[in-house]
Design a protein around this ligand. Structure first.
Ligand code: CAO
Length: 448
């Protein structure tokens, strides 16, 4: 019978990939595509498959060897009857190790047993591709999987999965045809370890995003994220996955406010400050919070109670070179527009210089995120938990507004209110936003 050499195929240019595991020994029978060895480069681990079915007559590598594309791996005495039965796609044969008894057989073990018999009855495998099958009809399932589900993974990965107690059905495979690779398993375990206990209470959980090697597609540069960026990401993610968000949109006619503000410029200079629409917005929010106490509350952790705050502290999102910071202005309802203007400028400047104290970023009841100076006509801000609502402010535009007799040019400010729908219902949100719009449209009310 002809003897054929198996070589390392194209492994994406990896040089010096190390042999970390031998999956077969001399004398073993192998089927087409059965993994022979596992290579690990600095980027990935990969299993090198048999290119023919037959008997391994010589292994040309040892653990620890460094291989590149074209290196000889093994000599296989080709067995015609097995080669004929070679299944496609990528089979994952189970051998003795895959069927090793465990106290509680897992879905993987069940599949491995099925494959072990598939190897023995190789000719029949042509009709039935040799892949792991999790079936509701299986006699010893440990997962309540309702549908048949194919799992592709090599023996080394299966062995590791068994050692770690991971059911492969739960791991997203990123290899060819969804094959589960060693790094998929590692990624899965890392994710599970990071997940807070009890985070997933139902449904299917949050599927992970597979890792992408962007350098495969072009030049890339990797830079470390700032601590602040990473913290913001954690907070955003926490809010996004815990809070059912609803966002309502409106526009405030701030023509009169803008006229009034223009008239304050000289006084602002005298006071060595600037006056933007933001202090007016803060004041309007404070009054609207006072009138709508539900928006000024937080959900108790148990979910049983609402915590009503008798104070009105508002956070202001500040865009800084290091990332997003949210200093909190205390007792906004008791401060004048000048005091608020001064405090916003002072806190924003210290945020940009990274001079804020932790206490100055705590205790907020509500947040205002103004992108007005940057642009856009609307966005959906993410609630800054444990607060229950946030106001997103966009750029003003002059628009024609019907005044009952004619269209008149008015300065319109787009506002968007996102809220936690576990606490705030549409009526609460609608009344609150309408109040803000009405206060901004009639600045006389702001002083009341
Ligand atoms: N429409 C049009 N112009 C606006 C505006 C609006 N809605 N809001 C502010 N402006 C104007 C200001 O009036 C000012 O112009 P003048 O000096 O001519 O009056 C100019 O834009 C610059 O304002 P500013 O940004 O310096 O001051 P501010 O009080 O409006 O905002 C601050 C302060 C700290 C909120 C802001 O600088 C900032 O960092 N915004 C970004 C917030 C952010 O990133 N949010 C997203 C969070 S989620 O990723």
């Amino acid at each position: 019978m002809p003897i054929q050499q198996v070589i390392v195929p194209d492994i994406g240019g990896a040089e010096g990939a190390e042999v970390i595991e031998l999956l077969v020994a001399v004398g073993d029978q192998v089927v087409l595509d059965q993994s022979l060895i596992v290579l690990e480069s600095d980027k990935a681990s990969m299993e090198i498959p048999a290119t023919v079915a037959g008997t391994v007559v010589e292994l040309l590598v040892a653990e620890g060897d460094q291989l590149a594309e074209g290196a000889a791996v093994a000599m296989i005495d080709v067995a015609e009857q097995v080669a004929d039965a070679a299944p496609t796609p990528t089979p994952t044969p189970g051998e003795s190790e895959a069927t090793a008894a465990s106290d509680a057989p897992s879905v993987d073990d069940v599949g491995a047993e099925q494959k072990a018999s598939a190897v023995k009855e190789a000719p029949a495998a042509k009709e039935t591709p040799v892949v792991e099958t999790v079936s509701a009809a299986s006699e010893t399932p440990v997962l309540s999987v309702e549908v048949a589900d194919e799992i592709y993974a090599g023996p080394a990965v299966r062995k590791l999965a068994r050692e770690l107690g991971v059911q492969l059905v739960r791991v997203d495979g990123t290899g060819p045809q969804g094959r589960v690779l060693k790094e998929d398993l590692q990624q899965f375990v890392r994710k599970v370890i990071r997940e807070p206990v009890g985070a997933v209470t139902g449904g299917t959980g949050i599927p992970s995003v597979p890792e992408t090697d962007f350098s495969k597609f072009g030049e890339v540069e990797v830079t470390p994220r700032t601590k602040l960026d990473k913290l913001t990401a954690i907070n955003m993610h926490r809010s996004w996955v815990n809070v059912p968000h609803v966002t309502q949109f409106d526009e405030a006619d701030i023509t009169d406010l803008e006229e009034f503000r223009a008239g304050l410029k000289a006084e602002a200079e005298q006071r060595s400050t600037r006056i933007t629409p933001l202090p007016f917005l803060l004041k309007a929010c404070a009054l609207a919070l006072r009138d709508n106490p539900k928006i000024n509350s937080s959900l108790a952790r148990s979910g049983e109670d609402l915590v009503h705050k008798k104070y009105i502290h508002i956070g202001v999102a500040v865009d800084t070179p290091a990332g997003l910071m949210v200093p909190v202005i205390r007792d906004v309802d008791r401060k004048t527009i000048w005091e608020l203007a001064h405090e916003v400028a002072e806190l924003a400047s210290r945020a940009r210089d990274r001079k804020l104290l932790p206490a100055e970023m705590q205790g907020g009841c509500f947040t205002v995120s103004s992108l007005g100076n940057i642009g856009g006509n609307g966005f959906t801000p993410i609630v800054n938990t444990p607060e229950v609502a946030i106001l997103g402010v966009s750029k003003t535009a002059i628009k024609p507004l019907w005044n009952g007799a004619e269209f008149a040019p008015r300065t319109m400010l787009p506002v968007a209110l996102s809220y936690d729908h576990r606490v705030v219902n549409g009526g609460n949100g609608g009344r609150f936003l309408t109040r803000i719009v009405s206060l901004l449209g009639d600045i006389r009310q702001l002083s009341l």
